[in-house]
Write a protein that binds this ligand. Sequence first.
Ligand code: UDP
Length: 509
Amino acid sequence: MVTLPELHFVMVPHLAQGHIIPMVDVARLIAARGPRVTVVTTPVNAARNRATVDGARRAGLPLDLVELPLSGPQHGLPEGIETVDQLTGHELGMFLSFFHATWNLAGPLEEYIRALPRLPVCLVADMCNPWTAAVCERLGIPRLVMHCPSAYFQLAVNCLTAHGVYDRVDEMEPFEVPGFPVRAVGTKATFRGFFQYPGVEKEYRDTIDAETTADGLLFNTFRGIEGTFLDAYAAALGKKTWAVGPTCASSTMADDADSKAGRGKPADVDAGHIVSWLDARPPASVLYVSFGSISQLTAKQFAKLARGLEASGQPFVWAIKEAKADAAVRALLDEEGFEARVKDRALLVRGWAPQVTILSHPAVGGFLTHCGWNGTLETLSLGVPTLTWPTIADQFCSEQLLVDVLGVGVRSGAKLPTWYLPTEAEGVQVESGDVEKAVAELMGDTPEAATRRSRAKELAAKARTAMEEGGSSYSDLTDMIRYVSELSTKRSFVIDAMPFAAAELGSNK
Ligand code: UDP
């Protein structure tokens, strides 16, 4: 007789902050339902997330973090790079080299799983980890792919590919996305899928194949904002698809001050200091500014943004990761006197900011964001309207969702990915005056601004409801756990009927 396998999930995030954060969140949510969950990552990433995982363990959740070495061919990268934000350049080639280097984890992952007393019930792999497909196939483990961008983005890319649009338009030629549930206009430059670049056709095929052969797809989103896009994507791929977010809106996360403040890695500033600073400000008066973990502006564009924020007269908190390594940025802040000039109404965070703590504060009334999907979900979950400034990848789609579909954003005017910017303009797309105008529009008292605010509050309430027991994301997570445990049991029957295979795998019974 076959016993039900122990419910043990292994999660394999891509090595980037915007991917590890939601994967650790999903790991916590699964563990909160009973299954044991192990997040497998490299030492640098494990160290960054250790406090969050330890906090969850102290709260009684069966959650572990396992470190695997990232050794092997470096593909031209400097030694010791274990996460995308450690890359010094942001050319596409660098990202690809890093992507290739992560394939070195396949061997250690397989060894780790083979050494377990029982096989996991399921492996959840980031879409950027197609190398996990062969590992799971060899071990006979169900595998889910987790998408870290929006369903809006994934569906748009799918529609453009299916209709052959990428093959027939020029890079900057505007087109309407065919077969899409809403009217969406873009260019190849702003609507490219991950790995849809000339020269990386094999990598692109690998990710598509790994998705096609997966047992289901997970999205960090909720049906209240993306139901139409999710259903269309599930239908296009013929796959079970679950929306289990926004993870940051679950009460386990929202009520845990420490994990909010140390999300992704410990903050470079005392969260208590920021909270006291915000406590002294009127409700909804402060603009929070952040470009996430990897997006960067050129030096000229950075200076224009600084001047625009200064001229706006608005109080702001600005998370400036560049202040750690970029001498030009430090010169602007220090020698050129920017920080001294704005110190009465601005707080500059040099490095990693406790973003969710900041966005949760009632004094924050707007978020100037690069539209990374996690930041987008955080601002939506917390009811904060946005000033959108996309820079790369799926961010242009998140901007459309925020501004055109959900009605909670104002555009900065950035139109091109940073890697397409003409050098003669030194990367400037948004002038200081545009920044000043957009900040006034977002934070002002017009009827349009009031509508955006109340719309944002409504969506935040929907996000929280989705994560509560009985909500759509709560139910999707329940369904996913049930589905993979049944699938795993069925596969156990098959393995049982194949004694040699079972012996080779190390039986999980
Ligand atoms: N984040 C943070 N502090 C920072 C910058 C980013 O906590 O100073 C978090 C942010 O809350 C979000 C993630 O890092 O959860 C960034 O993910 P996102 O998808 O928004 O952008 P990416 O960094 O992937 O471009």
